[in-house]
Design a protein around this ligand. Structure first.
Ligand SMILES: C[S@@+](CC[C@H](N)C(=O)[O-])C[C@H]1O[C@@H](n2cnc3c(N)ncnc32)[C@H](O)[C@@H]1O
Length: 292
């Protein structure tokens, strides 16, 4: 259970439940698949979707949640008289003995799609499925797009300017600080809007629950659509819930996830049609992308 406690923050659950598009996708998937099914929800959070699955006619629901938010789920299940059909298991899915289910679903996504261990968790979830059972999401695609630097590298430039300014004002030698921060590696932050400088390029396409592990390192050439500086890369995901239903956060969409930007400390100039080589690495459940 180590490390998952952070996902129990009630504010996180308020944020994700405020996302109408995300909720609608999960609801549509449940409306077609939950009736009459035995269901596993990996990470039920507040328990809303596990109770909804039961309300839609699921025969039995295993609601798995390792963090303190499970207290809310427990009360919700009880308040709806569902304790005989919705079983709350306070654990990670990896620690549990599988029970037979027809549908195993989750929403373990973040702006950095690997942050919440979706690949590993859905691997365990798949072991609960009876033959012909369905996993949702069953596929995770992760895309990268070049972004203009004006927005993304601004903080790095502003910080350097501020440090130099303080140095000048108080007669401090700030050289060691500036060189200490000269190459901080890719800086990752979540944004709602960046100026894009390329079409999307697929980094990973993972069939979840099949034992397929994403390559830890991929290198891609991405073509700049117009001339100008390139300040980093934005990543976004598309998770396939089946039946044409997806959860996705492409740039320009309004989701609670936003998009993850890897801003580079120094911009790269690129002409229209020039290709920029990038290296994407998954390390400690997070993606970083640097110029290759
Ligand atoms: C993004 S929230 C989604 C909550 C709920 N399914 C919803 O859609 O409203 C993900 C939940 O999964 C839980 N979680 C994370 N890793 C897990 C794991 N390995 N096994 C079970 N639950 C996990 C977190 O504690 C968190 O409550």
């Amino acid at each position: 259970m180590e490390g998952v406690e952070r996902f129990g923050d009630p504010w996180e659950h308020i944020r994700l439940l405020s996302d109408a598009g995300r909720n609608e996708a999960l609801l549509k998937m449940l409306a077609t698949r939950a009736p009459g099914a035995r269901v596993l929800e990996v990470g039920c959070g507040t328990g809303l979707w596990s109770c909804t699955a039961a309300a839609l006619g699921a025969k039995e629901v295993w609601a798995v949640e390792p963090t303190a938010i499970s207290e809310v789920a427990r009360e919700l299940i009880a308040a709806n008289g569902l304790t005989d059909r919705v079983h709350l298991l306070e654990s990670t899915v990896e620690e549990l003995e599988p029970r037979p289910v027809d549908l195993a679903f989750s929403e373990l996504l973040n702006a950095d799609p690997f942050y919440e261990g979706v690949v590993e968790a859905m691997e365990s979830a798949a072991t609960w499925l009876v033959p012909g059972g369905q996993l949702a999401p069953s596929r995770l695609k992760v895309y990268a797009q070049l972004v203009r630097s004006s927005d993304s590298a601004k903080e790095v430039r502003d910080a350097r300017r501020a440090i130099a300014g303080v140095g000048e004002r108080f007669g401090l030698e700030v050289g060691p600080l500036l060189s200490g921060l000269a190459d901080p590696g890719p800086y990752r932050y979540v944004t709602g809007g960046e100026r894009l400088a390329s079409e999307p390029v697929l980094l990973w396409d993972i069939a979840l629950g099949t034992g397929e592990e994403p390559d830890e390192e991929v290198v891609r050439e991405i073509t700049s659509i117009d001339p100008g500086p390139i300040g980093g890369v934005v990543i976004w995901f598309e998770a396939d819930l089946g039946g044409g239903i997806t959860m996705r956060n492409p740039p320009g969409s309004t989701t609670h996830w936003g998009q993850h930007v890897n801003a580079w400390p120094a911009e790269i100039g690129a002409g229209a049609g020039a290709s920029v080589k990038v290296r994407a690495i998954i390390e400690d459940d997070s993606v970083s992308i640097s110029p290759a």
